[in-house]
Design a protein around this ligand. Structure first.
Ligand SMILES: NC(=O)c1ccc[n+]([C@@H]2O[C@H](COP(=O)([O-])OP(=O)(O)OC[C@H]3O[C@@H](n4cnc5c(N)ncnc54)[C@H](OP(=O)(O)O)[C@@H]3O)[C@@H](O)[C@H]2O)c1
Length: 249
């Protein structure tokens, strides 16, 4: 799966799934743009990427800020002249339920990042992806298909919307040769999962999966690279589940 000469933009690349995905694309020869708000963490990721491939281009930015979003795309084009793959991975989890009174607060924190920014980045990137016949991979979650914790209602809603936006975008962009797909992980060992696990223990005594394991970020990165590659040239509008069997319970 060579990505030599491809330009790949990964949002939320300063940790977890995004960081490993960036590293994997670098390993496969891509020119990678890494985006996040924490510059120190981005620099650490860049060092690891440079150890296995081309040094990535860092853009310190908040995807939910409209000016930053525009700058992410313009700086990418200024640096590399084109865009082949957009990975909309940046995301946050914030707890809030109807009865604890924090539902709206969690909505206002989650939706701008997990949903609105995905919509905005897609809109900004699409004209450039049309030129390269590129593709988009959205990092969703099985929470978009199944409510797992009461306190993550809005997070689940954001991911359900990402799934449907993925299908709608795939439909619109197919005639231009641009594919759009989503990956829906179950629990993955990252910083986000650590906080999820702590919160979920209050509800479920921890997270259990039929396979008795959690995914590592590398497994999700492998799937992202496959879907972004020419091997998946006939796949668009799909949502791929990688959840150690949770959805079949
Ligand atoms: N871990 C899981 O079990 C799991 C399961 C299903 C789906 N997911 C999804 O996978 C994606 C990655 O999560 P993760 O598990 O790797 O969590 P993570 O380690 O907390 O990483 C989240 C990334 O998103 C970035 N980010 C958050 N808000 C941002 C913003 N406004 N602008 C730019 N970057 C932002 C963070 O960087 P900065 O803080 O530097 O901005 C960080 O790089 C998310 O969309 C998440 O919903 C995770």
């Amino acid at each position: 799966m060579s990505f030599a000469s491809k330009v790949v933009l990964v949002t939320g690349a300063s940790s977890g799934i995004g960081a490993i995905t960036a590293e994997s694309f670098c390993k496969e020869g891509a020119n990678v743009v890494i985006v996040g708000r924490n510059e120190d963490k981005l620099k650490d990721v860049a060092k690891k990427c440079a150890g296995v491939g081309n040094a990535p281009f860092l853009v310190k930015a908040d995807v939910s800020n409209d000016n930053d979003a525009r700058r992410i795309i313009s700086e990418t084009l200024k640096k590399f002249g084109k865009l082949d793959v957009l990975v909309n991975n940046a995301g946050v989890a914030e707890y809030g339920s109807i009865l604890d009174g924090k539902l709206l607060e969690s909505f206002d924190k989650i939706i701008p990042i997990n949903l609105r920014a995905v919509v905005h980045m897609t809109m900004l990137a699409a004209p450039h992806l049309v030129k390269t016949k590129g593709n988009i991979v959205n990092v969703s979650s099985i929470a978009g298909q199944k409510h797992i914790f009461v306190a993550s209602n809005v997070y689940s809603v954001s991911k359900a919307a990402v799934d449907h936006f993925t299908r709608g975008s795939a439909l619109e962009l197919a005639s231009k040769g641009v594919r759009v797909n989503a990956i829906s992980p179950g629990p993955v060992e990252t910083d986000m999962m650590t906080s999820f696990a702590t919160e979920s223990e209050k509800e479920t005594q921890g997270i259990r999966t039929p396979l008795g394991r959690m995914s590592k970020a590398e497994e999700i990165a492998d799937l992202i690279l496959y879907v972004a590659s020419d091997k998946a040239k006939g796949i668009t509008g799909s949502v791929f589940v990688a959840d150690n069997g949770i959805m079949v319970q």
